[in-house]
Design a protein around this ligand. Structure first.
Ligand code: RP5
Length: 165
């Protein structure tokens, strides 16, 4: 069974992480969700990253805010794909978190989703897993088709409304 780890720098990040965990659960992916901080528990971050692959983890999502170094630190110790999830802060809507995660030095990539983009972090993890697991790839195709159906239905309904303007 596919396995994803979702790490967050603080329990206060959980509301942002929740949609990622929900997306993965919906697709039947085993998920380990942990509070591990690059700054407050650096030894745990190091150990987690170093052991992740042998513990069966295939993708790691790292949510953090402010000087958000969790994704970068985890990526430094593993070759597993790391997805950064910047958490919104009072500083310019989370620009501090976003830049801390996305502006990695060459050689240590962290695939970064938008600020508070929990669902997209989960979906991106699923797309990575879909390369290996045909069932996940098939479910993603169904998910995209249902989104397209909804947008087409909304467009149709809007055209009807516009006739009465
Ligand atoms: C970061 O600092 C965490 O990821 C969190 O977003 C931010 C604030 O943490 P708390 O002060 O709420 O614990 O490490």
């Amino acid at each position: 069974m596919a396995k994803v780890a979702i790490l967050m720098g603080s329990k206060s990040d959980f509301p942002v992480v929740r949609p990622a965990a929900e997306a993965l659960k919906k697709f039947g992916v085993e998920t380990e969700v942990r509070v591990i901080s690059a700054h407050r528990t650096p030894d745990e971050a190091h150990a987690f990253a170093e052991n992740a692959e042998k513990n069966g983890v295939e993708v790691i999502v790292c949510a953090a805010g402010k000087a958000a170094h969790l994704g970068g630190v985890i990526a430094a110790y593993t070759t597993l794909p790391v997805i950064g999830l910047p958490v919104k802060t009072d500083m310019m809507g989370g620009l501090d978190s976003l830049l801390s995660i996305v502006q990695m030095p060459s050689g240590i990539p962290v695939a970064t989703v938008g600020v508070n983009g929990g669902e997209n972090a989960g979906l991106l993890a699923l797309e990575i897993l879909g390369v290996k697991y045909p069932d996940i790839a098939r479910k993603l195709k169904e998910f995209k088709a249902s989104m397209a159906n909804k947008i087409n239905a909304d467009d149709k309904a809007l055209q009807e409304e516009l006739k009465n303007l």
